[in-house]
Design a protein around this ligand. Sequence first.
Ligand code: URA
Length: 231
Amino acid sequence: MLKKNSSVKLIKYYNFINHNLIYNNKAINRYKRDNFEISEDKAKSLKLLKKSIVNQKNCDLKKQAKNIVFSDGNPKSKIMFIGEAPGANEDQEGLPFVGRAGVLLDKMLASINLDRKKVYISNIVNYRPPENRRPTEIEIKRYLPFISKHIEIINPKILVLLGSTAMNALIGDEVVISKMRGKWIEKKFGSCNTSVIITFHPAFLMRQPAQKKMAWIDLKMIRDKKKNLRI
Ligand code: URA
């Protein structure tokens, strides 16, 4: 039997916690959008880019998805992360990395003193592939001009590619992630010159936790680069 005092405390605690948050199956919208002040030009370019993605004709991914997943984070940031494709939670919320992989991504960011207000996040494709499958070569080809333009507009000094889909799409098909991760590559996207690093995708790290030690090496490289570039 609980003493009266503990029962009161328990009731107070239950009243305090948000039951919806705990029992609801839906993704938690942990991040509220801030009003980041960006130049009119940049805002206009991002708006135009989003519009051209939304206005695509005959895109099966778009037809089957609920929402466009364009980006999250700070468009002023000099650090951009690119994943593969939205999943069910992202499709529901219209924001990248809000599901389980996003929880790990947030922890990875926090480990080097970053968060979603300090970085900018997008994906190779902007609509959820059905059944969370990998985007096909044709779908990647279709979205490549959009993500390349997206990088050019954001103009990051550091570009982090999460996983092999992002790596193969933006660096080339002939490379493998086990050889490419943890190295800096200088790359040009339109007028944007940026230092690219490839690391493991958080969803892969959840399946292969032993690889987290390698991801930690990559994260420390990002932390050091950020310091060297005085970002
Ligand atoms: N995985 C991705 O690559 N991107 C997301 O937005 C979510 C999961």
